[in-house]
Write a protein that binds this ligand. Structure first.
Ligand code: CA
Length: 514
């Protein structure tokens, strides 16, 4: 609390100094706030049944909320690589999570923004194994990064890459660093692009000190499909390894000794929160369905506690932008790298083309341009983010980018030839959570999925069956829809230049033989 007050005071002082220059800048600044694994279903502006996110809601009330923002490949690193390049995974080369580093020598939007005079900063989760390129400043977590006391990689005054220690809760620290850069380090004569990227609420959901007991006295509603038996679909849904019932570890459930990198003071606060709750659980000796219900509650509450810290910290950023006189000249965007399962189908994790993991939250506030409280229903994607940032900055969009700027949509006018369908492709099998490789197409009403290693297909009617429980593939009455989507799938694979051979098929197999 004390810290917030101090930062606000600094913000007011800083505001007097920077406001005239900010006003003189014709091109808007961009603050791109990005999290890891945050489902839109855990944002109250998106109709969450399970939590409230007042600061994300404020952005939606003052800006535009996109309902159909689809991720091209529902996993952390690949989503980030698509955003940087405006290209599908098979072209940017980062189609699997972290086997090889992102090729930072290729064209990315931060490099293009710098060319037109923007100052660029990347603070928080990078997750592409490489040293960031295209940024005037970076200060990033190493790999996943821990929830507490994260070492971070940055450059020193001599321009050398160094690792620095930090003490505190990572969501707070990333925000502290972003605010410090805004106040003290950036060049006030230039418009800026700040990528403020949190680790939260990624597994294994370690809440911050402020929220260790949030939700203690409530029962979170269970999703309709918590007890899904995976009938009605191909073998893929049944053969995964991401169930709350069978695949969460003691570490995930906080039934072990807690994080192993806490300071004694942090450890004391952690134990005071989890100790009594764990004791009560052990005494109850739950079995069967009752145990799974408890596991769901523990999982979802920890996830939502992490989200709550993100929301608190978005509040700090918005307050600073107001106090510094930057809010009117700054586009603020909130998104997360993919969707996520909040117990739907009995799952945690992502990867599938099913709705819960396909849909990304996307909220854009752009004063004077985006109508406050507006909602967009067009099919948009993380494939469009790079192009959007470039158009906001007045930079040219290279022809070899595969998405399209969202700026016309933000202004309330969808071009007549905007995309009516979307191509998806997930590659990481064998891999964590055992989700079969698949690609597919959706027009927002129907979805066709091809699990191509097993030659299995699924077809869903998203209006009649929004939870995607019963595949209609092969049914006579849907033959016309199926044929139409098959044709569209071929068209999109051609258009996006998918190679005939699976680009992920050769390298990992050769490596395993070695
Ligand atoms: Ca992620």
């Amino acid at each position: 609390m004390q810290k917030t007050v101090v930062l606000l005071a600094l913000g007011l002082v800083g505001g007097l100094a920077v406001a005239p220059e900010a006003k003189a800048a014709k091109r808007p600044n961009v603050v791109f706030i990005f999290t890891d694994d945050h489902s839109a279903r855990a944002i109250s502006a998106y109709g969450s049944r399970i939590n409230r996110t007042p600061h994300m809601d404020r952005l939606a009330q003052e800006g535009m909320r996109f309902r159909k923002c689809y991720v091209t490949n529902s996993i952390c690193g690949p989503s980030r690589a698509v955003i940087l390049t405006g290209k599908y995974s098979h072209l940017n080369g980062f189609f699997l999570n972290g086997r090889t580093p992102f090729d930072g020598s290729q064209q990315t939007f931060p490099k293009l923004l710098r060319k037109v005079g923007y100052e660029t900063a990347m603070i928080g989760k990078w997750h592409l194994k490489s040293v960031p390129t295209g940024f005037d400043y970076f200060d990033v977590l190493i790999g996943q990064g821990p929830y507490y006391n994260p070492p971070m990689r940055t450059t020193n005054d001599a321009g050398e890459v160094v690792v620095e220690k930090n003490t505190g809760y990572t969501t707070d620290i990333v925000t502290d660093k972003a605010l410090a850069w805004l106040k003290e380090d950036r060049d006030a004569d230039k418009p800026f692009m700040l990528m403020l990227q949190h680790k939260a609420p990624h597994r294994n959901w370690q809440p911050g000190p402020a929220h260790l007991n949030t939700f203690d006295d409530v029962e979170i509603p269970e999703p309709e499909t918590l007890w899904d038996d995976y009938s009605g679909r191909t073998s893929a849904a049944a053969n995964q390894a991401m169930t709350i019932a069978r695949h969460l570890s003691e570490n995930d459930l906080k039934l072990n000794n807690g994080p192993n990198n806490l300071t004694p003071e942090q450890k004391e606060v952690w134990d005071a929160a989890y100790g009594p709750k764990n004791e009560a659980y052990r005494k109850a000796n739950l079995q069967g369905e009752a145990k799974v219900k408890w596991m769901y509650q523990r999982y979802i509450k920890d996830y939502l506690r992490c989200v709550q810290s993100v929301d608190d910290n978005i509040g700090r950023v918005l307050k600073y932008l107001d106090a510094a006189g930057l809010a009117d000249d700054t586009v603020v965007i909130y998104s997360s790298d993919q969707g996520w399962y909040l117990g739907e189908h009995g799952w945690y994790d992502k990867r599938w083309m099913y709705e819960e993991s396909l849909v990304m939250p996307l909220i854009v506030r752009w004063p004077g341009v985006v109508e406050a409280g507006s909602i967009n229903n067009d099919i948009v994607s993380n494939l469009d983010f790079a192009e959007t940032f470039l158009e906001i900055a007045g930079a040219a969009i290279p022809d070899n980018m595969q998405g399209r700027s969202l700026v016309p949509l933000m202004k309330g006018t969808t071009p007549a030839d905007w995309r009516k369908s979307f191509y998806y492709h997930y590659y990481e099998f064998p891999g964590a959570h055992s989700v079969a490789r698949h690609y597919g197409v959706t027009d927002g009403n129907y979805k066709l999925i091809h699990f191509y290693q097993n030659e299995e297909w699924e077809l869903f009617d998203l209006t009649a069956d929004p939870n995607e429980l019963q595949s209609l593939h092969g049914r006579t009455e849907y033959a016309g829809t199926q044929a139409r989507l098959e044709k569209e799938l071929h068209r999109l694979r051609d258009r996006y230049r998918l190679p005939a051979e699976d680009p992920a098929s050769t390298r990992p197999r050769q490596r395993r033989r070695n």
